[in-house]
Design a protein around this ligand. Structure first.
Ligand code: FAD
Length: 306
């Protein structure tokens, strides 16, 4: 029986593992893919104290740091169900069952893809998902933002300050972002908004993105925008499908946590992109992971001995 079992091996899970293990308690990490989203990232330039690194290098550093401690790492294992109790159980896809007094859920999230030709091919070569991360790479260039909700409009405002030209592409009749954001957007001279536009393809020269093709839903006509970057902003999907009905989730499917990372189930904590904590970033996930592990430890020392 683990004292703390962490589900997820991204930045949040790794930080939780280090903080738990340093308390000298039995700690395990089960992860489908140790490293998490960082493995899909190229340059990381905003992890405070590390001026510049690369995703895979950062993921290796995470794993090496965790391995400095007595942590049972179970990689390439998917959790399928959580059964809470005095001792919680986590069922894996392999059929194995893990038991733990406390749990830290850190299964992260994934960007919702638009699913058009060119998107996957040019990922990290012009197709981006995170303006905080990749915006500066497009300094002085032309970009499109796909999605007219809050995240899309925020991204367009953010990028307008860095890049030369932003085209915001929205499928619907009008933008869905808060009015205050739309007003700000309209005040920016280098932003063009195109509504009723369905992105059909992201084009490139084999190495990098050079255009976006959309269908004008008013006329049925295909139109092309020449550009260097495309930010897809149609939502972040938390990896919580397996937790429905177990812990409280928000409308968006994120795990609801309190200031200590506690979920609605006693002894079950959560951290990182999978939670309601805003601004999905590595530095934030790491801090939240540490906090959830300390929350779990706090819970353990207050519980009756089992
Ligand atoms: P994740 O990194 O998503 O890790 C989740 C972990 O849980 C993984 O190990 C996964 O395999 C595992 N998992 C999921 N479901 C299960 C399951 N059912 N059972 C077992 N394990 C499971 N942030 C920055 O701060 N700077 C950047 O430059 C930056 N660039 C980015 C670029 C890209 C392309 C992407 C996609 C993201 C970027 N981010 C960046 C965001 C950053 O990667 C995330 O905020 C961060 O990784 C979140 O950490 P996490 O541990 O919460 O989740």
């Amino acid at each position: 029986v683990f004292d703390v079992l962490i589900v997820g091996g991204g930045p949040a899970g790794a930080a939780a593992a280090i903080y738990a293990a340093r308390k000298g308690i039995a700690t395990g990490v089960v992860a489908e893919r140790f490293g998490g989203q960082v493995l899909d990232t190229l340059a990381i330039e905003n992890f405070v104290s590390v001026q510049e690194t690369e995703g895979p290098k950062f993921a290796t550093a995470l794993e090496q740091h965790v391995k400095q401690y007595e942590v049972d790492i179970m990689d390439v294992q998917r959790a399928q169900a959580l059964i809470p109790g005095a001792v919680n159980e986590v069922r894996l896809a392999s059929g194995a069952v893990l038991k733990a007094k406390t749990i830290v859920l850190a299964t992260g999230a994934r960007w919702r893809e638009i699913g058009v030709p060119g998107e996957r091919e040019y990922r990290n070569r012009g197709v981006a998902y995170c303006p905080h991360c990749d915006g500066p790479l497009f300094k002085g260039k032309r970009v499109a933002v796909i999605g007219g909700g809050n995240s899309g409009v925020e991204a367009a405002i953010d990028l307008a300050g860095i890049v030369r030209e932003v085209t915001l592409i929205e499928y619907g009749e009008s933008l869905r972002a808060d009015e205050v954001l739309q007003r700000k957007l309209r005040s920016l001279a280098n932003v063009t908004v195109v509504t009723r536009a369905q992105t059909t393809e992201i084009e490139g020269d084999g190495a990098k993105v050079n255009g976006l093709v959309y269908k004008d839903l008013r006329t049925g006509e295909a139109k092309r925008v020449a550009l260097e970057g495309v930010f897809v902003q149609i939502g972040l999907v938390p990896n919580t499908e397996w937790l429905k009905g177990t812990v409280e989730l928000s409308e968006r499917g994120e795990i609801v946590v309190d200031a200590k990372g506690a979920t609605s189930v006693p002894g079950v904590f959560a951290a990182g992109d999978v939670t309601t904590v805003p601004f999905k970033q590595i530095v934030i996930a790491v801090g939240e992971g540490a906090k959830a592990a300390l929350g779990a430890f706090d819970h353990l020392i207050r519980s009756a001995p089992q």
